[in-house]
Ligand binder design. Structure first.
Ligand SMILES: NC(=O)c1ccc[n+]([C@@H]2O[C@H](COP(=O)([O-])OP(=O)(O)OC[C@H]3O[C@@H](n4cnc5c(N)ncnc54)[C@H](O)[C@@H]3O)[C@@H](O)[C@H]2O)c1
Length: 333
C-alpha cells in the first residue's frame, strides 16, 4: 500500500484524489489546500480525511510515502523539491517545472535519493494515443510526414502561464512519445489580448527527416476543438478526442508518384481508399497512470513519463517562449 499526500484540490486535484482513493494499492492520508472553499469541498467528499492549509504538514508526515503536486506550475519546483528532500516519491502535474534548471535539479535530487518522479502526461495513458503509437510502430501509417493539432476552447484563463504552457504540454508530451526523433527547432507566434499572457498561439516544430508538427492553442475560441491530423506516407489519420466512439479514423489516402520525372511533370495520382475506425481501449487515463506509478514505486522501476520526459517538454516550452518574445524567431533546441 502506497500512502499519498495530495497538494492542491482545485480543478484537477479532485481527480487525482478520487483515483488514488479508489485504486487497490494506494490511499490518500492527507490533502493540503490553501483555499478555504476548496478545503470545505474536500472535507465534505472525504469526511475522515486530514485536510490542512499547510503543504509542509503533508510533506513532512512520516506516514506519507509519495506526494502528488497538483498546484499551479510556478509552485511545482518548491513543493516537489521539499517532498524529495523529505524522502517522498513525487507525482507532479504537467508542465513539470517553470524552467529547465529546476527540472534538472529535481531529477538529480531524486536520483541521489533513489526516489521516483512521475510527470502527469495523462494523454500517454489514453486508448487513442496507445493506438496511434501502435499504428506508427507497426508501420501502418508509413513514414511520418506531419502532426497537426488543434486544441482550442473558451478559457480557462491561467494566471501564471500563457496558453502554450497550459495546453501545449499535452501535444508536446504526445509527440515526444510518438516521434522517436527529437525536434531540432521551434517557432512560436502568439498574441496577448486580456491578461498579459498569450491567449492565442501557434507553434511549429521541425524534426529530422522532414517531419513537421504544428499546434494551435487558444483560450479565445468560441468552440472546443480537440482534433489532430497525423499524416504518413501510407495512411493518414484524424483523431477527434471529443468523439465518444470512433475517436480515430484511418484513411487510406495519399499521393503516388510513378517516378521522379512524374514529380516534375505533376504526374501524381491520388489514392483514395477505405476509411476505418479501429477499436480503442476504454478506461480513465489518469487511473491507469496512477496505477502505473504505484507499480513503479513497488517494483523500483523508472516510469517512462519520468522527470527526464518532463524536462524534454519543459525544454520545448522554454524555447517556445523565447521564440514568442522575438515574434516567431526560429529557436534551435
Ligand atoms: N493532466 C491534466 O490533464 C491536467 C488538467 C488540468 C490541470 N492540470 C495541471 O494541474 C495543475 C493544477 O491545475 P488546476 O487547473 O487544478 O489549478 P487550480 O488553480 O484549479 O487548482 C490549484 C489549487 O492548488 C492550490 N494551491 C496552490 N498552492 C498551494 C500550496 N502551496 N499549498 C496548498 N494548496 C495550494 C490552490 O489553492 C488551488 O485550489 C497545473 O499544473 C495544471 O497544468 C493537468
Amino acid at each position: 500500500m502506497v500512502n499519498f499526500g495530495v497538494i492542491g484540490y482545485g480543478y484537477w486535484g479532485p481527480n487525482v484524489v478520487r483515483n488514488l482513493t479508489n485504486l487497490e494499492g494506494s490511499q490518500v492520508l492527507a490533502i493540503a489546500e490553501k483555499s478555504v472553499t476548496a478545503r470545505k469541498r474536500a472535507q465534505k467528499t472525504y469526511p475522515g480525511m486530514k485536510v490542512t492549509p499547510d503543504a509542509s504538514e503533508v510533506i513532512s508526515s512520516a506516514e506519507v510515502d509519495a506526494v502528488a503536486v497538483v498546484t499551479p506550475v510556478w509552485t511545482h519546483y518548491e513543493l516537489a523539491k521539499a517532498a524529495l528532500e523529505h524522502g517522498k516519491h513525487v507525482f507532479v502535474e504537467k508542465p513539470f517545472t517553470s524552467n529547465t534548471e529546476q527540472a534538472e535539479e529535481l531529477i538529480d535530487l531524486a536520483g541521489r535519493k533513489n526516489l521516483k518522479i512521475m510527470v502527469d502526461h495523462t494523454f500517454l495513458f489514453t486508448g487513442a494515443v496507445k493506438k496511434i503509437q501502435q499504428l506508427l510502430q507497426e508501420g501502418t501509417l508509413g513514414k511520418l510526414y506531419y502532426y497537426d493539432s488543434t486544441r482550442v476552447n473558451l478559457g480557462l484563463f491561467q494566471h501564471d502561464v500563457n496558453v502554450i504552457w497550459d495546453l501545449a504540454p499535452h501535444d508536446l508530451s504526445i509527440m515526444d512519445y510518438l516521434i522517436k526523433e527529437s525536434p531540432e527547432a521551434i517557432v512560436a507566434t502568439g498574441q496577448t489580448h486580456l491578461n498579459g499572457y498569450e491567449d492565442v498561439a501557434f507553434l511549429t516544430l521541425y524534426f529530422p527527416d522532414k517531419i513537421i508538427a504544428h499546434i494551435n492553442v487558444n483560450w479565445l475560441s468560441p468552440v472546443k476543438i480537440r482534433t489532430t491530423l497525423i499524416g504518413g506516407e501510407k495512411k493518414m489519420l484524424v483523431w477527434n478526442d471529443l468523439e465518444a466512439d470512433e475517436k480515430i479514423k484511418i484513411y487510406d489516402k495519399g499521393v503516388n508518384i510513378a517516378n521522379r520525372q512524374g514529380l516534375y511533370d505533376l504526374l501524381v495520382s491520388y489514392r483514395s481508399g477505405d476509411m476505418w475506425a479501429p477499436q480503442i481501449e476504454q478506461g480513465e487515463a489518469l487511473r491507469l497512470e496512477l496505477a502505473y506509478f504505484i507499480e513503479c514505486i513497488s517494483n523500483d522501476e523508472r516510469p517512462f513519463n519520468d522527470g527526464i520526459a518532463g524536462l524534454r517538454v519543459v525544454k520545448m516550452l522554454q524555447a517556445a517562449n523565447e521564440s514568442l518574445s522575438r515574434r516567431g524567431a526560429l529557436v534551435y533546441l
